[in-house]
Design a protein. Structure first.
Lengths: 301, 331
């Protein structure tokens, strides 16, 4: 699994055989392709549009028939109302605080560990690396209860500590794997030159190696950011006090009211939009790194 | 008021500092003991993972195995009860079997459909279409959105008066069927969950499979053409075998993810006695929700899930000899 495949020749597009006599068949199949792609895009986009449009409707418009994609008058103040129902500023601060600490810890320790696995020979290294990859398959559920009991033993229930400090133990075998792949591509001469110039291991690591694997670091940063931002089970188990809720728990507690009479779906959808927007913005800003992180295990692995 | 931030920062700084110290000490001790500097550096660098593995993986696995043989409610020390927890899930817990059925059916149905859809879309995108980037951006969007947001959105879309039923109402009329109330009517709960999961994950698998397809050398297709093979021959003899390692990867991850499904079962209230709920929700419910926590029984359920995942993964790995084509030897 841990081998890097050889570089692929650039001319690889599927079906791009470019034989002129098949031109008309090609046009027909092109049209079918675009129709299918457009249909798929609609299937993806309509629910998202519906989420946004619901968030801008009045309560009486929610169940109006026939269905209307756009509200009569966009109710932008739904978003202000939502902010009044629950202290979202605080929830956002909590989420950002947890996410940044956990992300920082993961990036720091995973890159050190990946460097260790990639560059230094020591007895048992390959066995340990395989064990690490094996933990990727482990369902978190078998470790959940004892982990909870450990934090309970340290009296850290209802604090952010379980959600952040664990990250300092190189959470994320996938991140380590990805970074190791990148470290392996750097020629050893780079470090040897640094050593001759008198740099020690840590200086080499921070000043030379880390900048060279910047794309991998960014890929991990976006994955880790969204992973922690979207983490639901952790806060659900560890956080009890509403003032300490991250945004996701605020959504959860509001969603409990939806089973009752007069469900306020316009508010629910506004909250959903609020929670998703930062991640979507990050996705548009750093799409390359999302895809890099997603595909490296599959194709290089 | 925000002193809980300060407490967390203090914990975080203490552990980070402790970790750095431990790494330095390990290095020094190993060098003193005569270990080569290179090896000592390696051990020091992987220390965070090694400690994490021992504290947060190895110990918890063994501990939960032990708890699974005890009666443990957190307030009193665990009491050994032997196989009681495992026998109880066979006999007493009426939500176990429906939940096992729901979790397995959910995976068995949504995975193949999802992968077939993803492969189809990926093949469309691989046909050198215009604006691959734009299509890919759109298709991948649902995978970026927080899972919880997806679930809430689909709970709204699949309401009995929701948008999905409105759009589908001509179809319902055509086949003479009543509007399903998806998550309320237990017959439609599973289909509803599957529709939701298909929307949520197929984009991510599409992007992965697209990367796999792009790696197929074009000369293989040219060879099929020279032999007079058509589109089906290309798919059957080039695309499928060449993309099979990537399919295998997505299948393994998909099996694990399906058994571990949690959020849909929390945000959508399912009747655990008839429809069943996801196994992980049962674990959570027994361990953390409600007044008396049954940590022992929940641990046993967790171990049953671990065994299920191991058996399924093993089956997928075993079957891979039949259908996964590795070109690795070409190196």
């Amino acid at each position: 699994m841990a081998t890097v495949s050889t570089p692929i020749p650039p001319k690889t597009a599927l079906g791009a055989s470019g034989i002129g006599s098949m031109k008309t068949r090609r046009t027909v199949s092109d049209i079918i392709t675009y129709v299918l792609l457009a249909f798929g895009a609609l299937v993806v986009l309509i629910p998202l549009l519906w989420m946004i449009s619901t968030s801008l409707k009045t309560e009486s418009e929610l169940f109006l028939l026939p269905v209307r994609l756009f509200p009569e008058v966009p109710q932008w103040n739904n978003y202000i109302d939502v902010w009044r129902i629950q202290p979202f500023t605080l929830f956002f601060l909590n989420t950002i605080f947890i996410t940044l600490l956990a992300m920082g810890g993961e990036i720091m320790t995973c890159s050190l560990v990946a460097y260790g696995f990639a560059r230094f020979r020591f007895p048992g290294r390959d066995a340990l690396f395989m064990i690490m990859l094996g933990t990727m398959m482990l369902p978190g559920i078998v470790t959940l209860i004892p982990t909870f009991l450990i934090w309970r033993g340290f009296e850290r229930i209802d604090t952010f500590t379980p959600l952040t400090v664990g990250a300092l133990f190189a959470w994320g075998p996938a991140y380590i794997f990805l970074l190791r792949q990148f470290f392996l591509t750097i020629p050893r001469e780079v470090e040897e030159a640094a050593t001759i110039d008198g740099a020690n291991t840590l200086q080499t690591f921070f000043r030379i190696m880390l900048p060279l694997v910047k794309p991998a670091l960014l890929a991990i940063a976006v994955l880790s950011f969204s992973g922690n931002w979207n983490n639901f089970q952790g806060p659900l188990i560890y956080i009890n006090t509403p003032a300490k809720y991250p945004v996701i728990l605020a959504l959860y507690s509001f969603s409990e009211s939806l089973s009752k009479e007069a469900p306020k779906w316009h508010y629910m959808m506004a909250m959903t939009v609020i929670m998703s927007l930062p991640i979507i913005a990050l996705y548009f800003a750093a799409q390359r790194y999302f895809i890099e992180g997603l595909t490296v295990g599959a194709v290089k692995g | 008021m925000l002193d809980f931030y300060a407490h967390t920062l203090a914990d975080y700084a203490a552990v980070a500092l402790g970790m750095a110290m431990a790494m330095l000490i390990i290095f020094q001790v190993l060098v003193r003991l005569g270990v080569k500097r290179e090896a000592a550096t390696g051990y020091a660098l992987i220390l965070p993972w090694l400690l994490g593995f021992i504290i947060w993986t190895a110990y918890p696995i063994l501990a939960s195995l032990y708890y699974s043989f005890t009666n443990y409610n957190v307030f009193q020390p665990p009491r050994w009860v032997g196989l009681d927890n495992y026998i109880r899930w066979l006999t007493n817990d009426r939500s176990f079997w429906p939940s096992l059925r729901l979790t397995l059916l959910y995976g068995l149905i949504s995975l193949p459909i999802g992968l077939a859809l993803s492969l189809g879309v990926a093949m469309l995108l691989a046909r050198s279409v215009h604006g691959v980037g734009v299509w890919r951006t759109i298709y991948y969007l649902p995978a970026v959105i927080p899972a919880v947001a997806t679930i809430l959105l689909w709970r709204w879309l699949l309401g009995s008066e929701g948008l999905f039923n409105q759009i589908m109402s001509p179809v319902y009329r055509l086949i003479g069927m009543d509007k399903p109330s998806w998550f309320v009517d237990e017959r439609y709960a599973l289909p509803g969950l599957i529709i939701m999961s298909l929307w949520g994950v197929f984009g991510a698998n599409t992007v992965i499979l697209l990367a796999g397809l792009k790696n197929i050398p074009v000369h293989l297709y040219e060879a099929v053409e020279l032999d007079g093979g058509g589109a089906w021959a290309k798919f059957r003899h080039v695309t499928l075998p060449m993309v099979s390692p990537t399919l295998f990867y997505t299948l393994v991850l998909g099996v694990i993810a399906a058994v571990k499904t949690f959020e849909p079962g929390i945000f959508i209230k399912l009747n655990s006695l008839s429809t069943g709920t996801f196994l992980q929700v049962l674990v959570y419910g027994n361990a953390f929700a409600g007044g008396n926590s049954r940590m022992g029984y929940a641990s046993a359920l967790g171990w049953i899930m671990l065994v299920i995942i191991m058996v399924l993964t093993l089956l997928v790995f075993r079957s891979s000899a039949l259908w996964v084509y590795y070109e690795g030897e070409r190196k």
